[in-house]
Design a protein around this ligand. Sequence first.
Ligand SMILES: Nc1nc2c(c(=O)[nH]1)N[C@H]1C(S)=C(S)[C@@H](COP(=O)(O)O)O[C@H]1N2
Ligand SMILES: [Mo]
Length: 413
Amino acid sequence: MKNHDISRRALLKGGGALAGLTVTQVTGPTKLFGQAGEQVLPWLDQPPPSPFPDNVGNNLKWEELDSRLTPAHNFFFVAHYGVQRGLDQATWRVALDGLVARSQSLTLDDLKERGLHEVEFTLECSGNNGDGLDFATGAIGNARWGGARLAPLLQRAGILDDGIEVVFWGFDRGPQTIRDNTGIFSGGQTGTVQRDTDGGYDLTITEQFARSMSVREALQNDNLLCYQMNGEPLPPEHGFPVRLIAPGWYGVANVKWLTRIEVMNQRFANNFMARDYLSIREQQREGKTLWTFNTVRHDRLKSAPAKVTRRQNRYTIMGAAWGTPIEAVQVQIDAGPWRAANLDGPEFGRNQGFAWRFWTFDWGTPASGEHRVTSRAIDVDGNIQPAPNDPFLASRRTFWENNGHINRRVLIP
Ligand SMILES: Nc1nc2c(c(=O)[nH]1)N[C@H]1C(S)=C(S)[C@@H](COP(=O)(O)O)O[C@H]1N2
Ligand SMILES: [Mo]
């Protein structure tokens, strides 16, 4: 996503007491998410359209969520340098090189011959904020991703002893400007240098999309060189012909239009690791302000109310929870107490815990008027989706990794 300012108002409003938490896990029969004869009440707060339609689009319309698997044509996309179309699967190669004993150049058929491994995984952009104010509120979807497992391919190539980092290169590239370069530039290069307003130099280069992870992280069992989405070939928007799927990682790690896997002997610090997708937090330690910097990595525990439905005169709230394996979800209406929602289906085990779980909350017959609906998820380790005053959320100075409560407003007639 492009850099843009996101109002923190969304985070700072709301609140709600967290004291006296009791977690009641309710298990019940798997229900259809959405039933015949029900009416969906649209939220009063609606996200604005994407200001960068070529780069971020097709965001989930929460009110329309009615199936675990998001159809590819309804699945959000993020493409920093635009969607790459017209790539030829017949000539496509994924290079596996760098610090390996046996470099590889893999065709799509090579990947297919290795057997299909499937993972159901909810992919969320770390810029997906929520609270109905930000355009990226629906930068999330869940799919059954299929492809060849990455770990055996890395093992076959033989990572050398000094290899510590695995870089995944995409095909897409575009301009990146590095500010206040000192002007070490003699001509002949393809980058351009411009004097900036404060007397420094801005260097503009053509950067290729890439993200990296450690060797240990790359060897994680469910990482895929993925060529299928919900049983069909990947569409161009989602990385045709091959992408990385790294279950449990935020969207940005899941490199699309994958051309090269490179093993290196040092950490990798390109734009998408070290400048963009960087969480900057302001913390207090021993009376002093300490700024910390973390590249975006793993998904965080999160939930969202998806829609309010009405059948006869009874209202139900439905939603999703994801990020880490979910144990329970609670719902808060206006300033009321947190109350347990019903989790649909004990899904993980089958889906390895990387997929969202749906929940429903029987709202009964609420008073007419406007209401605020909030949810919070609790994971199997007892972690609670953080409240707005949680130190992690409150210390953030960039908008990445916002897993705060999502407040939606609805009008009951
Ligand atoms: N090559 C490439 N891979 C990419 C991106 C990109 O711009 N180029 N965007 C990343 C980001 S920020 C996200 S959130 C996910 C989105 O995946 P999707 O477009 O399939 O939903 O793709 C990631 N992989
Ligand atoms: Mo993203």
